[in-house]
Each structure stands twice: as C-alpha cells, then as structure tokens.
Ligand binder design. Structure first.
Ligand code: BG6
Length: 457
C-alpha cells in the first residue's frame, strides 16, 4: 500500500466563476466572461455562458456536506472580485455575507479552505481601462487583495493570489481563448509583468494584514521535454522553460526574474515597462508555498522557420507530439504521470524545496452518462486510474524528499469550463443541469473517500 505523509491534504479545487452561477445577480458586476458571452455567445459551447455554472451560490451548504461524504479535508475556491467589489471601490455586503458563511461552513466541517483571488475573471470596469495592460491594475488588485484579507482573514489562513497566470496571458493575448482575444506578443509580456507585480503587491499587503497566515500562487508548470538533444531542440526547451515556468516560479520563490529571460526578451524587443522599485519589491515578497496544476506535459522542438524578432512564442519553441503518447481524447491532452515526479523533483532541487501541493489534476470526459450503471451512478474507473497513476509518481517524489503537502483534484462538482461550457466533466459529483443542478456522486467519489480515510491506496 502507498501511504502519504501525516496530515496530507486531500481535496479538490474549483473557482468562483466556474461554480457559483448567479453571475449578474446579488450585486455582482460583469467580468470579461459575462461581457464576452453577451457579445459573442456563439463562441461558447452550446451557448452555455457564465450564468450556467453549478449553482454553488445557492447550494454551498449541501456542497460542503457532499465534500464530507467523499473525505475532503481541504478545498480551494476563489472569490469573484466582481462580486466582492463590483465597482472597484465599494464592498458588496451581500457578497461578504455569502463568502463568510461559505468559508465558515467549510471550517465547521473540518475542511481547510484555500482561497484564491483571481481565476481568469477580470472585472469589466477594469478591462475598459486596459485590464492587465495598464499599471493601474496592480494597485487595483492590491486594494482588492487587502480588502479580502481583512474581511476573511479570521476564517482563512491559506491564500493564493492567482490561478495559472500564464493562461490568461496566453489565452487573452496570443491564442484567442480568453477576452480580449488578440495576438500581440509585446502586450502579452506587459500583461505578464503587471500580473507578476499585482501578485507581488498582494503578497506585500498579506504580510501586513495577516503575518501569521500563508500565501502562495498556483502555477501550471512542468519542465519542458525536448524532442532530442540537438542544440536547436534544447534551445527551444530553454525558451519554453523561461517563458512558461521560470517567468513566475523564479520571482515568486527565489525573488528574482531570471537574467536569461530578460536577455531573451531584450533580444526580441519584448521588454515590458517597469518601475524602479519593482525589483526590490519582488525580492522582499516571496511566497510561503506553491500550488502546481498538472494535467499534461509540455513537449517542444525547434521551430521550423522562426521570425526574428519573434512575433509569437511559436518563433521561440514549437510544440511537439510524442509519437508514443497516451491521450485523453475528449480534451486532447497527453496523459503522462511521470512529469509529476519531474516537477516535484524540480521543486526540491531548483526551488529550495519549498512546500508545495498539487493544486489541480484531473481528467475531463464528455458524455459521461454513457458510463451510468444500473443504480444511476457514473462508473468513472478511467478517472480512478488516472488519479492512481499520478499519485504513484507523486509518492515516489515524496519518498525522494520533495516537500509536497497535498493533492487536490480538478474538480469537486462538474463545473463550467469557459468556452467549453459543460462539454467535459471533471467532478466527483455529476451536476444535472436539466434538473436544478442536482448533484450525484460518481464512483470516483467513493474511491476518494477510501483514499482519504486510508491516507493512501
Ligand atoms: C485549469 C484551470 O487550467 O484547467 C481550470 O485552472 C480549468 O479553470 C481546468 O477548468 C480544466 O481545463 P478545461 O479547459 O477543460 O476546463
């Protein structure tokens, strides 16, 4: 039997915009998702917009009970900035009451809340001023963060600033999956830099408001795997590592932006605008822990005809499909549990063995009703196998000394997945949208309860 360390965190993660619903009610203002859906509903799978989330706003008490039934001892969700401070200035008391009761319910049930501040949901009022493109966003985020720490700091000890900052940068400014849906490498870098400074400013506020708490950031990282040892492929790997992993890991854990990243951006005329004191602020505000979201490995090769200076990241590294790969056909993502061992060892060997946890890992599958048994339960053995394979690698890394303190899956209830709506389901509980978002435990939920009770499998 594989046993995990004492007090290991067994949990699941979601986000406010993907779970709460009531996206424009109870005083909440629009985020870019609400506006984008209003402008271009056809972009969204089955016209499912942000209002079609899993109704957690209404059902959170039942949800907390359901968490207990599958043995969760910890849970991550986020606060919707647009619900808490709808106009960027005034706190919405209805939102304060909701979040306080939600977090209190979790605590009373023995479930440690980990609360995140930004999960791709940029307020529309700020987007109208340029969103993360403008330096004003840094101060606005710091003010929101401080407000949240003050309002909920008595109920929440562990906080994170951003979920996967690389994703809103790439998807919004390079690949068209998030608003503003443009392709502009230079703006993408500036957006990344302001995100980093917003994170840093929030950590600085946290240290003042809640010095006894713990703050981290959630990153989607793995080391990049090069197609071969040819120098061009290795250079592509280095570029990918710098842009996608080290860009946030180094400043947040080690307190410095890597010199090689600055050189690369300079060569390609991509350096962002900065302020004099930024470097010191970064150095002074490292995180206490890291969350690693891991779904698929990053495989790269040298780009075929790169432009100089680079116009997109595709001029610095190209994606590579490993011929032997095993794939989740619904999401199109490679399944490669071994990378979890590699990322765990990277945290140990290159990032001062900082405490970290797996903050998301999971498998999205379409049309899961195909796997419904006679008793009405979804028999999602594929998800159990997926978790077992990843946990085996994680355990190996913990035995080798990596400081991993927990494992959270994506996700607890089936939830709304941005442009993909409800196509791929990830939850331990099925959400029946046709019947008032009714929840039903899947087989994987039962399995997770055993896992958590035995602290292993
Ligand atoms: C993570 C995000 O990248 O992956 C989640 O933090 C997201 O918000 C999850 O839902 C699964 O990806 P997708 O695109 O299938 O929803």
């Amino acid at each position: 039997m594989i046993k995990f360390p004492e007090h290991f965190m067994w949990g699941a993660a979601t986000s406010a915009p993907q779970s709460e619903g009531y996206s424009l009610s109870y005083g909440k203002s629009a985020s870019t998702w609400d506006k984008w859906f209003e402008m271009q509903p056809d972009k969204f799978n089955s016209n499912q917009g942000p209002d079609t989330a899993s109704d957690t706003y209404r059902l959170y008490r039942e949800d907390v009970e359901n968490m207990q039934k599958i043995g969760l001892n910890s849970f991550r969700t986020s606060i919707a900035w647009t619900r808490l401070i709808p106009d960027g200035k005034h706190v919405n008391q209805v939102a304060v009451d909701f979040y306080r009761d939600y977090f209190k319910c979790l605590r009373d049930a023995g479930i440690t809340p980990i609360i995140n501040l930004f999960h791709f949901d940029m307020p529309w009022w700020l987007m109208e001023k340029g969103g993360w493109e403008t330096r004003e966003s840094v101060e606005a985020f710091a003010c929101y963060a401080k407000t949240a720490f003050e309002l909920f700091g008595d109920l929440v000890d562990r906080w994170t600033t951003f979920n996967e900052p690389i994703v809103h940068i790439e998807c919004g400014y390079l690949t068209g999956y998030h608003y503003p849906d443009i392709v502009d490498f230079k703006k993408a870098v500036q957006v990344g830099y302001h995100t980093l400074m917003a994170h840093t400013a929030a950590v600085a506020e946290f240290k003042k408001v809640k010095p006894d708490g713990q703050i981290g950031i959630i990153l989607n990282i793995t080391p990049a795997y090069a197609k071969s040892d040819a120098p061009e492929d290795l250079a592509a790997k280095q570029n990918a590592d710098l842009l996608l992993a080290k860009s946030f890991l180094d400043p947040t854990v080690l307190g410095v932006i890597p010199g090689a990243l600055v050189t690369l951006l300079k060569q390609h005329e991509l350096l962002p605008k900065t302020k004099k004191d930024d470097r010191q602020l970064i150095a002074d505000n490292c995180v206490d822990f890291i969350g690693v979201n891991y779904y698929q490995p990053l495989r790269v090769q040298a780009p075929e005809k790169p432009q100089f200076p680079a116009q997109t990241p595709g001029d610095l590294y190209a994606n590579y499909i490993w011929p032997e790969r095993k794939i989740n056909p619904y999401r199109g993502w490679e399944i490669y549990p071994e990378a979890l061992y590699d990322v765990a060892m990277m945290m140990k060997n290159e990032y001062r063995n900082i405490p970290w946890y797996v903050s998301e890992n999971g498998m999205g599958v379409a049309d899961e009703e195909r796997f419904m048994g006679e008793d009405g339960q979804i028999q999602d053995d594929y998800r159990i196998e997926f978790m077992q394979a990843h946990l085996t690698q994680l355990h190996r890394a913990i035995e080798a000394g990596s400081s991993c303190f927990g494992y959270h899956t994506w996700t607890f209830n089936d939830c709304w997945s941005w442009l993909n709506g409800y196509r791929n389901r990830y939850g331990f509980y099925r959400v029946d949208l046709a019947h008032g978002a009714k929840r039903a435990m899947k087989k994987s939920g039962r399995w997770y309860r055993e896992l958590s009770a035995n602290n292993g499998f």
